[in-house]
Design a protein around this ligand. Sequence first.
Ligand code: ADP
Ligand code: MG
Length: 600
Amino acid sequence: MDMFTSGARPARASFWSSPAITAALPWLVLAAIAVALPLYGSGYWGVIATRACVYWVLVAGLNLLVGFAGQLAIGWVALLTLGAYITAVLSAANVLPEVHPYLALAIAAIAGALFGVIVGLPALRLRTFYFAITTLGFATIVRQIALAWASVTGGGVGVPGPVFPPPFDSQWGFYYLCLGFAAICTWMTVNIANSRFGRALTAIRDAEVAAEASGIAKPRLLILVFLFSGATAAIAGGLFASLQSYITPDAFTTELSVLFFIGVLIGGRGSIIGPLLGTILLTVLPEFAAPLVAWSTFLYAVLLLVIVLVIPGGIAELLDFKNRKPLETHRALVPRPELLKRLLAQDDDPGTLTLEQVELHFGGVRAIDGLDLTILPGQVHGLIGPNGSGKTTTLNVISGYYNPQRGRAVLKDAVLTQLSHHRRAQLRIARTFQTPRIVGEASVIENVMIGGTIDGTGSFFESLFALPRHWQDEKKLHETAMLALSAVGLESLAGVRADRLQHSELRFVEIARALMLRPAFVLLDEPAAGLSVEEIRRLGALVVEMAKNGTGVLLVEHHADLIFDICDHVTVLNLGKKLAAGTPAEIRSHREVVSAYLGG
Ligand code: ADP
Ligand code: MG
């Protein structure tokens, strides 16, 4: 074991408490119950279990969209309807020559992927609730078309579902077919969840600004997920049509759509096994309460409320044994700056980062007013000034969160202000935030790995099927993240859920995440806020060491001592203008600055 990982794990864990076993155990139990079902279950339960598998094929994909990416796709039944009709109509041969059921299913999957993107596109522009409504609208449209286009779909009379060839034509045969699809979907979504793509999705959900600053391209990633969850939903539709033996538009109700959505929510965000259990629960529940079927939507809503109130993290939280162990209360943050050279070692010349006559106003407020700034590689540049003087806005202009109305930011020969966030991250500009932007439900190391997203080489497809490059990327990202965590002194908390950390620790998590970009320039927004005197001293040593390794640091800070101790150059802002600039010694003796801020 590497010296950096040794601290994270207990030296002598028993077999049953080892993390791999605790994680695999629920899966093994579920798989055993599912595979052995024909041995102890009646045909009646066979139908219910088949239905649960079919639903899960859809929910597995939807989970990436809702539980991971945080997109409120309530009307996903639209894709189920589409897949069901395409598979049924093609294999029924009522309008076109007969198509083999498997081929029909494959065609449905392709159509589902395309329509998934079409339904999903509004998500790139609309705010969450409007998007939710558009998906519901789409579900209604698809159902109305199925009803009206009687010559193809049979209208209200319907169309027979496909029958899959032996051995999948018997009841248990079909069950195993659906179980197989469910297992493959589970495997693929687990792969994505444990890849840079899955982590990027949670970053888009919970910390979009940090995702952008890490170079994550939201539109591209979401389109990939829409393709995937559209395809799986359509496949679920094909299986659903076969399970029903006959489909009419009545089968595709809004309640069904709500069931899928709530299955994800009660399962817990960012989990795979939670939503799987949620889906099983919601499929089985009505069987125990048959007289209440008419009330099912109401029951789902009550169940959702109860879960949200009692266990906000859903079923996944109940299974998260690892995060029940109390953390050590007096944890010291002891960074190891000497490790930075393994992270940062620059070989090429990063150039200088300059702002030229930048102006940015919000309505009448001139947040930055004609600012010139030059940040040199290998130096710590302090940016100070009273609250509201435009420090954070300056960082936002460099990282691309805001575009200035006038002036530009330049790095070497690239005009940053013309580039997307994505490209700025590729130019190795990293940042932290005044209020830490963290994915609270992800572990500390996952949060840090988000910072290295753009360094992966494998595609979404390669991660879906866990191909070699996926493993290489994961291994490298994990190692680098462990090194970054060791450098900031947090390696012992690597596996802990991030929202259990103290505020001061989260600041260091953000620094570790920024280090993942091997930054040529790093922008730190008040990293010392809320830290103890000792912690500030250690932070200072860490920042100095970053600069020694060639990184240019722009440090926004209120702690004058820290600024004067470690900066090579200091710029003082006031009302978006440069009030003074120079070495710490010059600033310390600058009359206006002293009278205004330093109380001397
Ligand atoms: P600092 O970081 O130095 O405390 P900021 O850069 O956050 O200051 O803010 C500079 C000025 O710009 C403040 O007057 C602030 O109110 C204003 N400002 C910043 N962001 C926005 C925004 N999104 N909309 C309107 N005003 C803003
Ligand atoms: Mg600020």
